[in-house]
Design a protein around this ligand. Structure first.
Ligand code: NOJ
Length: 526
């Protein structure tokens, strides 16, 4: 496993909205460079930057027109290079966003592919052989190009699927995975990967990583084989490059496909969703971190623990605060509730990813769609750096911003939160520092559940440390005898301060007469 990932703490940057350095109302690469010291100071030592490539921006850049060119609105390839250098000077690794499953319909490959005469790119995308032929089980488009055929889509209408072949081709126009045209697609993607790694990036977040081979078997062995092949080549040349998949199936992504990390995404009803976004299921909100105390940690553990156990030797589950596709966590949880969520996020094994602005509890805004964002748009608003109308995001008039600034009077800012030792920002910075300091809290540190039941604090061990969380408003007790016994089973001696303070606490947490007393909404690390 890649050494630098063990202590990696990621920060996701949506480049449109982070920091505008040239006053045109949209974020850019020099703006990100300006803020590297801020990121470092917060404790984050790795970045994931959403697509910054040339694009018509019908899906905010996930519709790539040129994989090798920075979009003008963000700067130049020279700026990109400078960002890698400046980040590395500060010990920060940088992941870009690889979109291997589709391009923009405006990509030169697609333009060529849609021509009537056969050419090098004719089979780079998935085309039927007749202008009104359907493609069973997949979205497809006809009537757009001179070529006599329809083509498959991977996501929006503007995103034709690249051709990595079919697992079991059963139509004359379907290619097998090993067809030279499909191998050429793979090579083209390796070429893109090499281009940026050579320039200085440290790896990729991989968009829709499970979508490559079509009509794949349920265990995705076709797509996994493609990734193995890609990694087989790339890792020989760049052994330190890290890859995190948008897959949310670690048993396939980490064990079979060979990714280093796999995102635990927000899917209705999964373990992560029950922690903070249970309202998405439509019923009563029983999110674990709501202080009404209706949550139940077992819902999370049932989903998470088997996945963790099955994959911990192979790679890391990547926890997110949120991302550019999910409603911000602040939509559903107060700052006090969020502090406990982050206590968990930064003390679980695997690799944590913080979405920009979540460190100050930025709000989710109800906004009309922008660049294919739809309900995601409200999570993509400009970063709030300072007090004032423009909030330090840009010198442009606020009406000219890429997206509107949070208009609420109490919109959080970095400036305000930095000045307040009790802020969400201060808590996250403290938790991040703790994780850097304590080796056993990091990605590969040992993890075991000591108590995971309904209505009781969630108690777990990370190496030789004890963590306990009580998200409810009721005071709860953890018998230390139970903890001692759990430690003893592992041959560990549980040695805790007799009194007073735990190593790290949120809310009230004290040790008294053989119990750890956890006040309302509290977390303790001993
Ligand atoms: C997942 C990305 O996170 C999302 O923003 C994008 O719209 C789709 N993939 C399509 O690329």
């Amino acid at each position: 496993m890649i050494e630098w990932l063990k202590d990696a703490q990621f920060y996701e940057i949506y480049p449109q909205s982070f920091r505008d350095s040239n006053g045109d109302g949209i974020g850019d690469i020099p703006g990100i460079i300006e803020k590297l010291d801020y990121i470092k100071d917060l404790g984050m030592n790795a970045l994931w930057i959403n697509p910054w490539y040339d694009s018509p921006f019908k899906d905010a850049g996930y519709d790539v027109r040129d994989y090798k060119k920075v979009a003008e609105r963000y700067g130049t390839n020279e700026d990109a290079k400078r960002l890698f250098e400046e980040a590395h000077k500060r010990g920060i690794h940088v992941l870009l966003d690889l979109v291997p499953g589709h391009t923009s319909e405006e990509h030169a490959w697609f333009q060529e592919s849609g021509k009537e005469e056969r050419n090098e790119y004719s089979d780079r995308y998935i085309w039927t052989d007749f202008w009104i032929s359907g493609i069973a089980g997949h979205p497809y488009i006809g009537g757009e190009c001179p070529r006599n055929g329809t083509y498959m889509l991977n996501f929006f209408k503007c995103q034709p699927a690249l051709n990595y072949g079919f697992r079991h081709p059963d139509q004359p126009w379907q290619k097998g995975m090993e067809d030279p045209a499909c191998l050429a697609t793979r090579e083209a993607m390796k070429d893109v990967i090499r281009f940026w790694l050579h320039m200085g990036c440290d790896g990729f977040r991989v968009d829709m990583a499970d979508s490559l081979v079509k009509d794949d078997d349920p265990d995705k062995n076709g797509t996994c084989a493609v990734w193995k092949d890609i990694f087989g080549d790339i890792r020989k040349e760049f052994p330190e490059a890290a890859f995190v998949s948008e897959w949310s199936n670690p048993e396939l992504a980490l064990k079979e496909a060979g990714f280093d990390m796999d995102f635990y995404l927000d899917h209705v009803g999964n373990g992560y969703n029950t922690l903070v976004r249970d309202y998405e299921a439509g019923g009563e909100d029983r999110s674990y971190f709501k202080s009404e105390g209706k949550g139940d940690i077992t819902r999370f553990l049932k989903d998470y623990v088997p996945k963790y156990q099955a994959t911990k030797e192979k790679g890391y589950i990547a926890f997110i605060s949120g991302n550019h596709d999910t409603p911000r966590v602040k939509r559903n949880l107060s700052e006090d509730e969020l502090k406990l969520f982050y206590a968990l996020l930064y003390t679980l094994p695997g690799v944590p990813f913080l979405y920009y602005g979540d460190e100050i509890g930025m709000n989710y805004l109800d906004l009309p769609t922008k660049e294919g964002g739809y309900t995601r748009t409200g999570s993509r608003t400009p970063m709030q750096w300072e007090e004032g109308e423009q909030k330090g995001f840009s010198s442009a008039a606020p009406g000219d911003f890429y997206l509107p600034m949070d208009p609420s009077e109490d919109a959080p800012t970095v400036e305000k939160q930095k000045a307040d030792p009790a802020s969400l920002y201060a808590t996250i910075k403290a938790l991040s520092g703790l994780r850097h300091d304590l080796r056993e809290l990091q990605a590969d540190g040992d993890f075991a559940v000591i108590q995971g039941k309904e209505n009781e604090p969630f108690v777990y061990r990370r190496g030789s440390y004890l963590c306990a969380i009580n998200p409810s408003m009721e005071e709860k007790r953890v018998p230390l005898k139970m903890v001692e016994e759990a430690f003893a089973k592992e041959g560990l001696h549980f040695d805790y301060p007799v009194s007073p303070a735990p190593l790290c606490g949120i809310g009230k947490a004290v040790i008294t007469q053989g119990t750890l007393l956890l006040g309302a909404r509290s977390f303790a690390l001993l």
